[in-house]
Design a protein around this ligand. Structure first.
Ligand SMILES: Cc1cc2nc3c(=O)[nH]c(=O)nc-3n(C[C@H](O)[C@H](O)[C@H](O)COP(=O)(O)OP(=O)(O)OC[C@H]3O[C@@H](n4cnc5c(N)ncnc54)[C@H](O)[C@@H]3O)c2cc1C
Length: 261
């Protein structure tokens, strides 16, 4: 069914009230509209959240960087604040899709959608992010539940994403040459208290790689990755890359990320 009502919410309260039954939020529409067009999803109402004041924008402090849910990938990639406090996040945003996608797609939409090959979920895990919704705060470690599945409840709206400012960080992606989605994406972050490594594109959901985290905690250098054994068991195996190839590329991308930290 491609017929739906289009409603624009002017505040979060109105948005959540409208998002009952078979309604859903519409942000950049970069995932939702193709899904409807291809008849993979059908809704009675699309609730446009782009006009809600306060859902967009970037705020920085010495400890954290907070990005409003409807901030576009292009705004993140060109932000001086992001470039100064977490440059790897600007690099990630710049590598998403193409200019059209970056100028429409939003950080909140990307995280809510939780595509197994999306870039932002890896940043959330590696940078120990907190997802602020209209109801609560959710740690990234508890937010990403499975393929296209998150901890969000029906009608719960992401308002912003707050990232811990790391001492060092970098994101290295081996992209699909057509879509730019990650075949393998590795985000490495040296935080004040711990090293985190998050991987996207490889399983049905983004995950942290304990083996790489342990190796880099003992020795934060690309050579520390040489002796890490990455098993391909459970990895995606498809027309883009075999599971074994993905396991190999994880180490290549992890080394690249650590070298650029
Ligand atoms: C050609 C193409 C290439 C792409 N390449 C990449 C890539 O390289 N890397 C990458 O990571 N992504 C890529 N994407 C996806 C892109 O980043 C989208 O922006 C993103 O997946 C969805 O964001 P959106 O704002 O368009 O959300 P929408 O499509 O509007 O919504 C997506 C889902 O999130 C929900 N939602 C939206 N906002 C909120 C909110 N604030 N709170 C709760 N739920 C919400 C919607 O209800 C819907 O279910 C690509 C997309 C296309 C079309």
């Amino acid at each position: 069914m491609k017929n739906f009502n289009f409603k624009t919410a002017s505040n979060t309260k109105e948005a959540t009230k409208l998002a009952s039954g078979r309604a859903t939020f519409l942000a950049g529409g970069m995932t939702l509209l193709p899904a409807i067009k291809l008849r993979l999803a059908a809704y009675s109402d699309l609730i446009n959240i782009k006009k809600i004041k306060g859902l967009s924008g970037i705020k920085v402090s010495s400890k954290s960087l907070r990005i409003g849910a409807t901030t576009t990938h292009a705004e993140v990639s060109s932000s001086k604040e992001v470039g100064k406090s977490i440059p790897s996040l600007a690099v990630l945003a710049e590598g998403i899709g193409d200019p059209q996608v970056r100028n429409r797609g939003t950080i909140g939409g990307s995280i809510a959608n939780n595509d197994p090959a999306a870039d932002y979920p890896s940043a959330c895990l590696a940078l120990n992010a907190t997802i602020h919704t209209n109801k609560r705060k959710i740690l990234a470690d508890k937010f990403f539940k499975g393929m296209f599945e998150t901890d969000l409840k029906k009608g719960e709206l992401i308002e912003s994403v707050e990232f811990e400012v790391p001492e060092k960080s970098a994101y290295a992606k081996f992209p699909n040459p057509a879509s730019r989605y990650a075949i393998v994406g590795v985000y490495v972050a040296r935080l004040k208290k711990e090293i985190r490594v998050a991987i996207t594109g490889v399983e049905s959901c983004v995950f942290r790689c304990k083996k790489l985290e342990d190796a880099l905690s003992s020795n934060f250098s690309s050579s520390a990755i040489d002796s890490v054994n990455i098993s391909s068991k459970g990895f995606n195996d498809d027309i883009h890359a075999s599971a074994d190839y993905r396991a190999h590329i994880i180490k290549v991308m992890a080394k690249k990320a650590v070298s650029s930290c």
